[in-house]
Design a protein around this ligand. Structure first.
Ligand code: BES
Ligand code: MN
Ligand code: ZN
Length: 498
């Protein structure tokens, strides 16, 4: 979505959005438009008992005295109640209303109430960001006649008008980059597994080169040299080759240690020989949500030229049952040297991450390491789709992440790690087994990962509940939410840029 920015003026067609503060008082431009309609807007507000409550929308169709099809009045609520994410939600809600009303051209008059907490540029930029996130669609495989718009075209022209268009444009230079990163992550997760297999995923990651990201692709041969038998074992049953992609963005001071993000990229998870039941298995095309988030995040950081050195590493494999697949009971040696008894081939994500995490800390000595993975069904039992689960060896990093979660609406909730849980993955036959018992499935998975993390501050984010099959929100109608891109971008911008 290409959003334009301009000064405030009354458009000659399409739909216009006006913001209204609590108490239903128009600011300057709104008052002007109201006057042009002969006070129709004021009368409509009264008749509909529209008070400017935050996120309320009043749709005034065919306003008098103007060439517009409709005017949407959007409530801002009271001054002091409006955070950045609230504005994105407003933008999303309005865009949703306009799209379903078949509006082709939308002009948003971005006017804040007096004494507002956001500055005008951020307000306009956030509005635009909400519009862009909401209008994302994945319909490339639908014939024109079968699309929601019946092939008639969508809301394409969106202009955010404000008193300071330059400031708005500047704010959106960063926010638009983040929205692009979210769209990329959603595209990757929505894409079916016959199209997006490890080599194809690596190819798409390679495109970040255009933004100045250095992208290396490790083949199976490269990984064999590195002794990554834990990752490689997962791909044994697939005719698709595995890959490990290393993305580097150098936007920070030269020589400063990087922050690192590591993603699980199982492009399809059948469970392997420990085959999953059929119902809902199609969802496992999204089992690369962690890798998608890391790729989207690297896009966002590079596109907004973040002042940070960042590494993104994704382990890409397909988990299939086959004569060549690994079996329950097999014992492999990971890159770290630790041996793993594989008692369930469906607990494959941790096997991919074991080598990816080890490699990341070994090669880059990062300031911190955050991994994302659609790791366990158990995290859905614990937290549903509201929070992602986080597990960490570092309180400060957790605090920062929680703060970013509150600010972006991509919420996280910390769960425990401990020696007692760690014991649950001991086995007589090897250094560890890849499953715990019936209980605490998300925690034993996290304990497994922690065995591949040394002194570095580390967080594991289990996004099995938040990355895919996502509830519809003001800013997403997509099966794939793109969860984590906004969260981690915010973590970086609030704490790690210089
Ligand atoms: N990819 C799944 C986890 C998952 C489940 C993601 C539902 C998204 C939605 C993972 O590889 C898996 O199969 N985990 C097993 C672990 C078990 C075998 C210890 C699970 O959660 O059942
Ligand atoms: Mn699995
Ligand atoms: Zn999986």
């Amino acid at each position: 979505m290409n959003v334009k920015f301009s000064a405030l003026s009354v458009p000659q067609s399409g739909a216009l959005v006006l913001t209204v503060a609590k108490g239903a008082k128009f600011a300057g431009f709104g008052a002007e438009v109201d006057a042009a309609t002969g006070g129709q807007l004021s009368r409509a507000m009264k008749a509909a008992d529209f008070t400017g409550k935050q996120a309320s929308i009043l749709d005034v169709v065919a306003p008098n005295g103007l060439k517009l099809d409709r005017i949407y009045l959007v409530g801002l609520g009271a001054s002091g109640d409006l955070a950045a994410y609230d504005v994105e939600k407003l933008g999303g809600s309005v865009a949703g209303r306009a799209a379903s009303a078949r509006v082709r051209k939308l002009s948003i008059a971005s006017e804040l109430h007096a004494g507002a907490e956001l500055n005008a540029g951020d307000f306009a930029g956030r509005f635009a960001s909400g519009v862009s996130l909401r209008l994302y669609k994945f319909d490339k495989y639908k014939s024109a006649a079968k699309r929601d718009d019946n092939g008639n075209g969508d809301l394409k022209a969106v202009t955010v008008m404000s008193a300071g268009a330059a400031a708005a444009r500047k704010a959106y230079a960063a926010l638009g980059a983040i929205a692009e990163g979210v769209h990329l992550a959603r595209d990757l997760v929505n894409e079916p597994a016959n199209i997006l297999y490890p080599v194809e995923f690596a190819k798409r990651a390679k495109k970040l080169t255009k933004l100045g990201v250095k992208v290396e692709v490790l083949t199976e041969k490269d990984m064999e040299k590195l002794q990554m038998h834990s990752l490689l074992g997962v791909g044994l049953g697939s005719v698709r080759d595995s890959r490990l992609v290393v993305m580097q963005w150098q936007g920070g001071r030269k020589g400063q240690k990087p922050v690192a993000f590591v993603g699980k990229g199982v492009t399809f998870d059948t469970g392997g020989i420990s085959l999953k039941p059929g119902a809902g298995m199609g969802d496992m095309k999204g089992d690369m949500g962690g890798a998608a988030c890391v790729t989207g995040l690297m896009h966002a950081l590079a596109a907004r030229k973040a002042k940070v050195n960042a590494i993104g590493i994704i382990g890409l494999v397909e988990n299939m049952p086959d004569a060549a697949a690994q079996r329950p009971g097999d014992i492999i040696r990971s890159m770290s040297g630790q041996t793993i008894e594989i008692l369930n081939t469906d607990a494959e994500g941790r096997l991919v991450l074991a080598d990816a995490l080890w490699y990341t800390q070994d090669r880059f000595k990062p300031r911190f390491m955050i991994n994302l993975a659609t790791l366990t069904g158990a995290i859905l039992v614990a937290l549903g789709k509201e929070h992602a689960g986080i597990f960490s060896n570092d309180d400060e990093l957790c605090e920062r992440l929680s703060g970013a979660g509150e600010a972006t609406g991509e919420k996280v909730w910390r769960l425990p790690l401990s020696k007692a849980y760690d014991k649950l993955i001991d086995t007589p036959n090897a250094d560890m087994k890849n499953i715990g018992g019936r209980n605490a499935g998300s925690i034993t998975a996290a304990q497994f990962l922690q065995r591949f993390v040394n002194d570095v501050p580390w967080v594991h984010i289990d996004i099995a509940g938040t990355a895919m099959d996502s509830p519809k929100t003001e800013i997403s109608r997509s099966w794939a939410s793109g969860y984590g891109v906004r969260l981690l971008d915010r973590l970086v911008s609030d704490n790690y840029e210089n």
